[in-house]
Design a protein around this ligand. Structure first.
Ligand SMILES: Nc1ncnc2c1ncn2[C@@H]1O[C@H](COP(=O)(O)OP(=O)(O)OP(=O)(O)O)[C@@H](O)[C@H]1O
Length: 541
């Protein structure tokens, strides 16, 4: 008894600890594999589905490894030993029992096939429900601002009902299998018992052997029932495992990083697009950039303007090498961007996005996020000072150690922007990519962000998707992007004088988020001095 308990305890410990170790490694490998996938992969795969694979699928695999496999092995062992004992006790009765096996196996195979289909579909529905939940919870503020809680609850309920319906189908299959297997096993046992009684009456078998045989048969059928019971969770684990390993085996589609680290000019990086054609992998037939050409020389600031959907943000994504163009060339400091070491590229080129991503960590963590080296507190503070962020950070109770909440909800829009500018500055990039924030900021924040951006633009090349008039008038060159190519470029005044696409854009008031830009206002800004005042036709609300 004591030895049995010890053996069971040891078995539980060995299985559990081995499964935990394997699952930990599996999760880390899966996560590593996920973050190495190309950006296009995330365009078409919902993040909620991926996090479901990391948590639910790996949990299903662990459950199988800890409970199901050990129970299955135990049941199998009991079955085999019991069957051996049955043959030793009476080969005649054992042969008769075996004659019923094909029917039992056929029933089990039908059940296993059905259940595998239902369980796999249920896992897929669970991943979809998880993706829905993650998406709406991440956007809960928008949901609440439109009072759409009821709508999203209904959407989630429908996803949950999907899981339920597959679960119910699986339950029906399980019920039908159990409901038919038990009477069949009972019936078979009765036949065996009858034949056993005949053998006893004929004197071919003792009553004691018949008793022993029936006892072994009960053990064996109990264990066979146990095998069928654990089969469901093993089937789920196989489905989960297939999904996990599919992801682990996926090779990222981007060609590997280059090795070159061009030094370039101390004044900043040079960048050149030559006849670039690009379509997103998810929409390969629709060219977003077609014949896009643009050159930025060291220290130059270039403003991209144009109607929404023209391809400005796509240009920025190509510079970050999130995608590679299908045709044409893109060079940084005269070197094809594909030949440049990717980590080096991401240090040489920094982006301040319109809605920068802020992690739910400390301010210090967020500022240091972009650097790949040890930085001192003085360096962090210098970056924050240059980004006009030091003031608000110092006013927080824990200063640089203050946590900012999920996606930086504990900061204002302008503060998040300045934090992102500090992060970019700490990288000391040679090319700064800016997507200016527009309507999210009030006049005061906007002014501070504006000042921070002007500071950040010093001593480096800048490519900015311009929404503010002061940026456009202050840029060394303005490029008008329409339908995926540059249709006009030059200084603001030259383009206004030319009376082409740019001046029409200004007149049609289509810059940025729809705020008005009158020609008269343009002239006022020009007269007032273009760069540093922060006077901004867009900013006036
Ligand atoms: N990840 C993506 N997958 C497929 N198509 C995309 C993707 N991102 C953008 N597009 C498409 O590419 C085109 C250009 O988009 P892009 O964001 O570059 O325009 P934009 O000029 O920056 O617009 P805006 O000023 O409104 O930000 C659009 O038609 C858009 O639908």
């Amino acid at each position: 008894m004591g030895a049995g308990g010890l053996a069971s305890g040891l078995r539980a410990y060995l299985f559990d600890s081995a499964a935990e170790r394997v699952m930990c490694r599996l999760r880390v490998r899966l996560f590593t594999q996920l973050v190495q996938q190309e950006v296009a992969f995330f365009d078409v795969t919902p993040v909620g589905e991926l996090s479901n694979r990391l948590s639910e699928d790996t949990r299903a695999m662990k459950d199988a490894a800890t409970t199901s496999i050990s129970m299955m092995l135990r049941s199998l062992l009991t079955c085999v030993l019991g069957a051996v004992m049955m043959f030793i006790t009476s080969w005649r009765l054992a042969s008769l029992t075996c004659a019923t096996l094909p029917v039992t196996l056929l029933m089990f195979r039908t059940f296993a096939r059905l259940n595998k289909r239902y369980v796999t579909a249920q896992l897929t529905s669970a991943a979809a429900a998880s993706a829905t939940a993650q998406e709406v919870l991440a956007g809960i503020r928008t949901v609440k601002s439109f009072a759409k809680e009821g709508h999203i609850v209904r959407k989630y309920t429908s996803a949950a009902n999907d899981i339920l319906s597959w679960g119910l189908k699986s339950a029906v299959a399980s019920g039908v299998f159990t409901g038919s297997a038990i009477p069949f096993a009972f019936g078979s046992m009765m036949v065996v018992l009858w034949y056993g009684a005949v053998l006893v009456l004929q004197g071919d078998m003792s009553l004691g052997d018949l008793n022993a045989y029936m006892l072994y048969a009960i053990f064996v059928s109990g264990s066979a029932g146990g095998i069928a019971g654990t089969a469901a969770s093993l089937i789920a684990a196989v489905g989960a495992g297939r999904r996990v390993f599919q992801l682990m085996d996926r090779t990222p589609q981007l060609p590997p990083s280059g090795t070159l680290k061009p030094a370039g000019s101390p004044a900043g990086a040079s960048l050149e697009f030559k006849d670039v054609h690009f379509a997103y992998p998810s929409r390969p037939d629709s060219w977003v950039l077609s014949g896009f050409s643009l050159a930025i020389s060291p220290g130059q600031s270039v403003a991209l303007v144009g109607a929404s959907g023209g391809g400005k943000s796509t240009v920025v994504k190509l510079v970050q090498r999130f995608y590679d163009p299908q045709r044409g060339s893109l060079t940084l400091d005269g070197i094809d961007i594909r030949s440049i070491d990717t980590t080096f590229l991401h240090q040489a080129v920094a982006l301040v996005a319109q809605e920068p991503l802020v992690f739910s960590e400390s301010i210090e963590y967020n500022i240091c996020f972009g650097v790949h080296r040890q930085v001192t507190q003085a360096e962090i503070e210098a970056a924050a000072v240059a980004a006009h962020a030091h003031g608000f950070i110092s006013a927080l109770p824990q200063g640089y150690a203050s946590r900012v909440g999920e996606a930086g909800v504990m900061l204002s829009g302008g503060q998040r922007q300045r934090l992102a500018i500090a992060r970019a500055l700490l990288c000391a990039p040679r090319l700064l990519l800016l997507d200016e924030a527009t309507s999210a900021l009030d006049a005061e924040s906007e002014h501070l962000v504006q000042q921070a951006l002007q500071e950040a633009a010093r001593n480096r090349s800048v490519m900015v998707i311009a929404h503010r008039l002061s940026t456009v008038t202050g840029a060394d060159m303005v490029a008008v992007v329409q339908a995926g190519s540059v249709v006009e470029s030059g200084t603001h005044s030259a383009l206004m004088a030319a009376g082409g696409a740019y001046s029409q854009l200004v007149q049609r008031q289509v810059f940025g988020a729809g705020a008005g830009v009158e020609v008269q206002e343009v002239q006022e800004v020009e007269h007032a001095g273009s760069s540093s005042s922060g006077a901004d036709a867009h900013g006036q609300k």
